[in-house]
Design a protein around this ligand. Structure first.
Ligand SMILES: Cc1ncc(COP(=O)(O)O)c(C=O)c1O
Length: 383
């Protein structure tokens, strides 16, 4: 699919020519584990579905195109993608990671990889965005710099270009978890990153009906290794899951536009509300990462965090809303609300960078913004 086509067009067509045998317009779910061979090793490009499956190939080509990447790799979950990427690192090597990272990523790093001899240095988003500060923590032993931007759950911003420039000076690779922004709002590879990773469970799938992961790169060696690791580790999606993500991504652009517009309206309502201590949203001029976000993102996304007046208020608030569903996860068409300290970020609760106890995270859906605001108004009025 020609790279000159617009994002919206590639989301619908990249990797998705009509089916060559039947003309089916929608990529079929190739629900098969194996493929017939005419003679030993003579086949149509597919031999065993852990290695590759045509539905998965369509998804990988489509998402790679959206991330401006040469190669795409689909996984069974976001953490499946993270685990596979971590196999690019050897025990004894160091990973520099942003200290405000998804709780499950932190659990994987601190409770699975650290005990095996992998080393981690956690830096603040501000340190990572300052070339001198980040350079002070880099050395030959650093294999990867792992960042999220915006971060989960505090919506901090890391300067992707600054990190990438510093990393490349010492030969380290930069991985950007682009789950919150999506390629519609931010394309890390265009800013110098080496690998972009997603939980496609979130905005890319978009309908809270599938768990999936994805990694993209334009580095031929990294891609070859990831392809080998997909086959060798086996954390790949089945054809139906790949198809659900592929169906979801077709509407990514229109959904993201609505997520962003609704988020702006909700932020406006929450800002200055007596029961809200602070609103964390990179679109706010006073947000410490606002300028960087305005530079590297085309809009500020659908995720908002707020600080309630106390932990008790935060816990009570998330249980009071009616349109906003109290649930983990994010990025679906429906609005979700949660308490990170006790829910999504329980794994960091005992660490030095635990989520604030009075933090509430909002995933703004694409319902009517008026309904979302009215629901919050009622819930906050009881604070
Ligand atoms: C930013 C981020 N990265 C990665 C993950 C992990 O993805 P998955 O749940 O698909 O394994 C999540 C899950 O919430 C996430 O929010």
């Amino acid at each position: 699919m020609a790279d000159s086509l617009h994002f919206e067009t590639r989301a619908i067509h990249a990797g998705q020519e009509p089916d060559p045998t039947t003309g089916a317009v929608t990529t079929p779910i190739y629900q098969t584990s194996t493929f017939a061979q005419e003679a030993v090793g003579v086949h149509k490009g597919y031999d065993y579905a852990r290695v590759a499956n045509p539905t998965r190939t369509a998804l990988e080509e489509c998402l790679a195109s959206l991330e401006s990447a040469s190669f795409g790799h689909a996984f069974s979950s976001g953490l499946g993608a993270t685990t596979t990427i971590m196999h690019l690192v050897d025990p004894g090597q160091r990973v520099v990671c942003v200290n405000d990272v998804y709780g499950g990523t932190y659990r994987l790093f601190s409770q699975v990889y650290e005990p095996k001899g992998y080393r981690f240095t956690y830096l603040t988003p501000a340190e990572l965005s300052d070339p001198a500060a980040v350079a002070a923590h880099l050395g030959d032993d650093v294999a990867l710099i792992w960042i999220e931007t915006p971060t989960n759950p505090l919506l901090n911003i890391v300067d992707i270009r600054a990190v990438s420039d510093a990393a490349h000076r010492v030969g380290a690779k930069v991985v950007v978890d682009n789950t919150f922004a999506t390629p519609y709002l931010q394309r890390p590879l265009e800013l110098g990153a080496d690998i972009v990773v997603h939980s496609t469970t979130k905005y890319i799938g978009g309908h809270s009906d599938v768990i999936g992961g994805f990694a993209a790169t334009s580095d031929t060696e990294i891609s070859a290794r990831l392809r080998f690791l997909q086959k060798s580790l086996g954390a790949v999606p089945g054809p139906f899951d790949a198809w659900l993500v592929l169906r979801g991504v077709k509407t990514l652009a229109v959904r993201m536009r609505q997520h962003c517009a609704n988020a702006r309206a909700v932020v406006e309502f929450l800002s200055g509300h007596a029961a809200v201590e602070r609103v964390l949203y990179p679109g706010l001029a006073e947000h410490p990462g606002h300028e960087i976000a305005a530079r590297q993102m085309s809009d500020f996304g659908g995720m908002i965090s707020l600080l309630a007046t106390s932990e008790e208020e935060a816990v009570a608030l998330v249980a009071r809303t009616k349109v906003w569903t109290l649930a983990e996860s994010l990025g679906g068409v429906e609005s979700l609300i949660e308490h990170p300290f006790r829910m999504t970020h329980g794994a960091t609760a005992q660490s030095e960078f635990a989520a604030p106890r009075n933090l509430v995270r909002l995933s703004v859906g694409i319902e009517s913004a008026d309904d979302l605001i009215l629901d919050l108004e009622h819930a906050l009025a009881r604070s």
